[in-house]
Design a protein. Structure first.
Length: 339
């Protein structure tokens, strides 16, 4: 069984949030009741050349990225980046991502050989295409990473974004979680219930970078842990925490009956999958965006995000690991620009 592995996040702050989900007007509405049927598709507002050849995951990610960068105060009136892009990276989490493009290309090759493939679509079969297009669109020339890591993928992405900053590789990272609904995804996940169709994004920055530009930090990324099961991941992430969290963001699927994997008495548990459908690789980022929105409103001092259950007794569909991550409220002096 995998041992718990914890990484403490210090001096890395979340400074912007964005969403691209039908019926959700912004991060603060992620816990609201479902909207009515007549809601606009977020990608319908996209404008610009080249959209015809971009898959749905990329379009959703572009929408969420735009809103997160704008929320952080990093886009000018013309929509251009207001800070240097050389040390600004992108980390995307998606388990289904560009499955539609890959399946379409494979079907074309099967029917008519590779000579019938489109030179416009073929590059979009790369697993990193969404992160690449976001980077191109906004001039983010730092590290560019995509994770497709099962249930923990979203929290892993937030962790790797923080790690890139803490290691001095980058000053800022745009972290995106996205899962699209299209025909190949429906066929792959047939019978698994409602599915998320959307994207969320957050901007993570070095604390001194936020202060230097006069930005407003919304939360601090705390300890992340990955382990062979959820109780050990939670215990490692919360090691040294004196008070219980003010919110427990639950993994997908029913919690196993263990004390360490259930919210303590009095701590509200939030199941975003029940609200938005199966979130898969987007879940961890979705949790961090929703939790940060709650901290932004002053609703607590810390939040615990969790994903995956671990293999348990094994069998089909068992998770290979679990992950947990703590987010902290940023005290008033930091909001004024001190780090």
């Amino acid at each position: 069984m995998q041992a718990a592995e914890a990484t403490v996040g210090t001096d890395v702050l979340i400074s912007g949030l964005g969403t691209a989900l039908a019926g959700v007007p912004g991060p603060g509405a992620l816990l609201d009741p479902p909207a009515g049927d007549a809601v606009a598709d977020p990608v319908s507002a996209l404008r610009g050349p080249g959209l015809r050849y971009k898959d749905r995951a990329t379009k959703l990610a572009l929408c969420a990225a735009r809103d997160a960068l704008a929320d952080a105060g990093l886009l000018g009136p013309d929509g251009e980046l207001t800070v240097a892009g050389d040390d600004f990276g992108v980390v995307v989490s998606s388990n289904w991502g560009n499955l539609d493009t890959v399946c379409e290309t494979a079907a074309t090759i099967r029917r008519s050989t590779y000579k019938a493939t489109s030179p416009m679509l073929l590059p979009n079969t790369a697993g990193n295409v969404t992160a690449s297009w976001v980077a191109i669109a906004y001039g983010l020339r730092g590290a560019n990473v995509t994770l497709s890591n099962g249930p923990t993928s979203g929290l892993d992405a937030v962790h790797w974004g923080r790690a890139l900053i803490a290691a001095g590789r980058l000053r800022r990272v745009l972290v995106i979680g996205v899962e699209p609904i299209n025909e190949p995804v429906r066929q792959l996940l047939d019978g698994t219930g409602p599915l998320l169709d959307g994207a969320v994004a957050l901007v993570a920055e070095a604390a001194d970078a936020v202060g230097a530009r006069g930005g407003t930090p919304l939360a601090r990324i705390g300890t992340y842990a990955r382990a062979g099961d959820l109780p050990r991941a939670v215990a490692a992430a919360r090691d040294g925490e004196d008070a219980p969290p003010d919110g427990w963001w639950l993994p997908e699927g029913p919690l196993r009956p263990t004390v360490a994997s259930a919210p303590p008495a009095g701590v509200p548990g939030y199941d975003l999958s029940a609200r938005h459908g199966r979130c898969s690789g987007a879940l961890g980022v979705l949790q961090c965006v929703a939790a940060t929105a709650e901290l932004r409103r002053g609703r607590g001092r810390s939040m615990l995000a969790t994903a995956g259950h671990g293999p348990g007794t094994g069998g089909p569909g068992a998770d290979d690991a679990a992950a947990a991550l703590v987010l902290h409220h940023v005290p008033a002096p930091d909001r004024a620009g001190a780090s």
